[in-house]
Design a protein around this ligand. Structure first.
Ligand code: AFP
Length: 342
C-alpha cells in the first residue's frame, strides 16, 4: 500500500496525459464553450447556455432519428404509442424538442422555425432570437440518409421586457452572433461558430457527450466537387448551365445528397460548391434565407468560404418575410466566384 502511494505521488499531469494505457478523450463541448465564453462580446453566459440547450436537444433528436427505422415496426405515424400519445413525424418531434429546450431557460424571446407559420413568442425578457430548421432533409429519413438541424442566433434589437418587434426578428444574416448545424450522419456532429472560426464536435453516444474532433475548420480555397440537382437543369439560367458545363469540362465530381447540411459539410471538409438556383418550380430558389442559408453562410465565411445568392452576399440580404426563399451558392470561395461571374 505504501509503495502504491509513492507511485501515485510521483505521477504528474504530463505523464498521465501521454499515457498509452488510456487514450485522452479530448475536449468536451461544455468545456470548450466555457473556455471560449470570453470571446463573445456579451459574455454573460446566456449564449453559452443556449448552445448547451441546443446540444442537449440534439442528443434527444439524435436518439429519435436513430430509431426512425423502427417506427414502422413499433407503430406508424398516425397511430398512438404505449402512453396513448399520437406518433408524430420526426420533423414535428424535432421542432417540439428544440422549442422546449430553448424556451426553458428564458434567454430566448422569439423563435422562427420552418415548422411554424408565424414566429413563436417566448419570453419578453429574453435577449435572443433563434431561427431554426429542426430537421432539414426530412424526405431522406425514410431512406436512412443523413439529415440535419440548422440554427441561427441573433441578439434582439429592442429592449428586453418590451414585446418583441419586427426589427428583432427580421435581421440580416450578418447580425448573427452564433450559428451552427447538427449532422445526423454516419456519426453525429455539431458544428458551430460564434464569429471566431468554426469548430466541429463529434457525439460519443456511450458517454452522451460531444467532443472536439474538428478544431478550427477551414474550407479549401478551391475544390472539385459540385452539388446541384441537375434534374432541374432545363430551367437553370444560362450562367448556371454554363457553370455546370464548366465543372464537367474540368472533370469535377458531382455529389448531391439532397440534404443541405450533409452536402455542405462534405464540401466544407473537402472543398466544393453547393448550388440551389432559381428554377421554374422555385423561381426564388427553394431554400429559406432565415433558417437555412444564413447560418451556413456565416459558417462558410468563418471557415474561409463564401456564400451568395448569385449576386450579393447572403449575409447582406434584408429579410422581408420569415419564410423567404433565396438562390444559394455556397462553398469554396474560388468556385463561388466562378459561378457568380458567368
Ligand atoms: P426536404 O426537407 O423537403 O427533404 O428538403 C431538403 C432541402 O431543403 C435541402 O436539404 C436539400 O438540399 C434540398 O431541399 C433538396 O431539394 P431538391 O430535392 O429540390 O433538390
Amino acid at each position: 500500500m505504501k509503495g502504491m502511494q509513492r507511485s501515485i505521488n510521483k505521477a504528474n499531469s504530463t505523464s498521465i496525459e501521454s499515457s498509452r494505457i488510456a487514450q485522452p478523450i479530448g475536449t468536451a463541448l461544455d468545456r470548450f464553450i466555457k473556455n471560449n465564453q470570453d470571446q463573445f462580446q456579451y459574455a454573460s453566459g446566456e449564449l453559452s447556455q443556449l448552445l448547451r440547450d441546443i446540444a442537449l436537444a440534439s442528443k434527444v433528436v439524435n436518439r429519435e432519428v436513430n430509431k426512425a427505422g423502427l417506427i414502422d415496426i413499433m407503430g406508424a405515424v398516425g397511430s398512438t404509442n404505449t402512453a396513448g400519445d399520437q406518433q408524430q413525424k420526426l420533423d414535428v418531434l424535432a421542432n417540439i424538442r428544440f422549442t422546449r429546450a430553448l424556451a426553458k431557460g428564458g434567454e430566448v424571446c422569439a423563435l422562427v422555425s420552418e415548422e411554424s407559420e408565424t414566429f413563436v413568442d417566448l419570453n419578453n425578457d429574453g435577449k435572443y432570437v433563434i431561427a431554426i430548421d429542426p430537421l432539414d432533409g426530412s424526405s431522406n429519413i425514410d431512406v436512412n440518409v443523413s439529415i440535419g438541424t440548422i440554427f441561427s442566433i441573433y441578439r434582439r434589437k429592442s429592449n428586453p421586457g418590451a414585446p418583441i418587434q419586427k426589427i428583432d426578428i427580421l435581421q440580416k444574416g450578418k447580425e448573427q452572433v452564433a450559428a451552427g448545424y447538427i449532422l445526423y450522419g454516419s456519426s453525429t456532429m455539431l458544428v458551430y461558430t460564434t464569429g471566431h472560426g468554426v469548430n466541429g464536435f463529434t457525439y460519443e453516444a456511450s458517454l452522451g457527450e460531444y467532443f472536439l474532433s474538428h478544431p478550427d475548420m477551414r474550407m479549401p480555397d478551391d475544390g472539385k466537387i459540385y452539388s446541384i440537382n441537375e434534374g432541374s437543369a432545363n430551367s437553370f439560367s444560362t450562367g448556371i448551365k454554363n457553370y455546370v458545363q464548366f465543372c464537367k469540362d474540368k472533370n469535377y465530381t458531382g455529389r448531391y445528397i439532397g440534404s443541405l447540411v450533409a452536402d455542405f459539410h462534405r464540401n466544407l471538409l473537402k472543398g466544393g460548391i453547393y448550388i440551389y438556383p432559381a428554377t421554374a418550380k422555385d423561381p426564388s430558389g427553394k431554400l429559406r434565407l432565415m433558417y437555412e442559408c444564413n447560418a451556413l453562410a456565416f459558417i462558410a465565411e468563418q471557415a474561409n468560404g463564401k456564400a451568395t445568392n448569385g449576386k450579393i452576399r447572403i449575409l447582406d440580404i434584408q429579410p422581408e418575410d420569415l419564410h423567404q426563399r433565396t438562390p444559394f451558392h455556397v462553398g469554396s470561395r474560388k468556385m463561388v466566384d466562378t459561378v457568380d461571374s458567368l
